[in-house]
Design a protein. Sequence first.
Length: 509
Amino acid sequence: MELKEIKDRILQGPDPAATERQHAKGKLTAHERIALLLDKGSFTEIEALRRHRATGFGLEDKKPYTDGVITGWGTVEGRTIFVYAHDFRIFGGALGEAHATKIHKIMDMAIAAGAPLVSLNDGAGARIQEGVSALAGYGGIFRRNTLASGVIPQISVMLGPCAGGAAYSPALTDFVFAVRDISQMFITGPDVVKAVTGEEITQNGLGGADVHAATSGVAHFVYDDEETCIAEVRYLISMLPANNRELPPETHTEDPSDRSCPTLLETVPADGNRSYDIRTVIEELVDDGEYMEVHAAWAPNIVCALARLDGRTVGIVANQPAAMAGVLDIKASEKAARFVQFCDAFNIPLVTLVDVPGFLPGVDQEHEGIIRRGAKLLYAYCNATVPRVSVVLRKAYGGAYIVMDSRSIGADVALAWPTNEIAVMGAEGAANVVFRREIAASDDPEETRAQKIDEYKRNLVHPYYAAERGLVDDVIDPSDTRLSLISALRMLAAKDAALPRRKHGTPPQ
């Protein structure tokens, strides 16, 4: 039967040698990737018979089916998602007019159906032989990425070299996954960089997975192989709602909601100057100790993670004392701000774990815009209408305390451990400012300083000062933190908060 022969030929690809070359690079084909992503047998492909209509430069003699991109829909754990996957075996995955039109259609379908969109990117950019038509195709993708932003989850998986326009679309999506040694993203490749600046660098050195995970912050997740990467995409999708009109899916958990967490007393030192890993706190609090950290290698002084509490998805933002003492800086502020905005857009409650000494001081930070860029996190929290619960574990000083979802900027429930120190600054620094004259005039300045530090702590930094003034709802036993969080989130489950009517805000840039 002719149709079956055509469909079989489409599945096999343009020729066996092309498939062998793809596998020789350690890469899967587009259909193999889709098979890993979707539930078995659930994929429905559309426009598999599409061919380009371009002429010139030999294109009229080469018109493969699919035009180098596979599009369609299927399910992940029974829930519908839409997907497109570049087929590097055809035109190197380069985008032409027909190729772009197929992507436009599947994006429109995803938005209309209210279901997540996953792109499996392995393309060499615009198809040069088609000229401006290819560039216009990218424009249509970018416009749809923007229209879908905050409406459906958009996930980009980088599985090959993606340059120019092929890199901009992922940058407009919610999450970017990358695989070491096969993923590269850059606006201009190494050859152009060398010609313009004289700098010599490899593709991986310029835009490899680890570069974008740790240096540029473009990639949110990075893995060693495609199979693990795509499995983690499935896990992420399982925690997200289909669209902004739905709540995240609930799952059954055997982890008791009233489980005590006594190990937290040992994990977090009472001495605010001692370090610890906040991820051990998160692991203890969340269901079954499972969480998915976002941007783990970039701005490590703040941790952003998706997890579940009582079977419900939550977004966790936490200062990381193990990196730069948990101080807030430009990168940490921007990282957390974007995460807060994502959670707010998709109805994911926010849990903030606070242990912050302040904003990072320094000429570079000030000159590079810590004021406007740090304000992004402040804006994101103030603008968020999802349930918000914050817990001060130890110290929370100055403006950083306010920014980390304090009661004054709209946290629904503000809790604190008995070890909390909420103040304008640490007692040592405050005493040096407030009592500098008494200390300077003293016969024993060190003794006087110690006395004044103790006095400041007793009056302004004791654990119940903020609670006495209604800035903290309760001071809780650390071992009850999981129960307290779940109780607060249950109470807030039906929260309905509206912002003033407006087209959109103008967040700090």
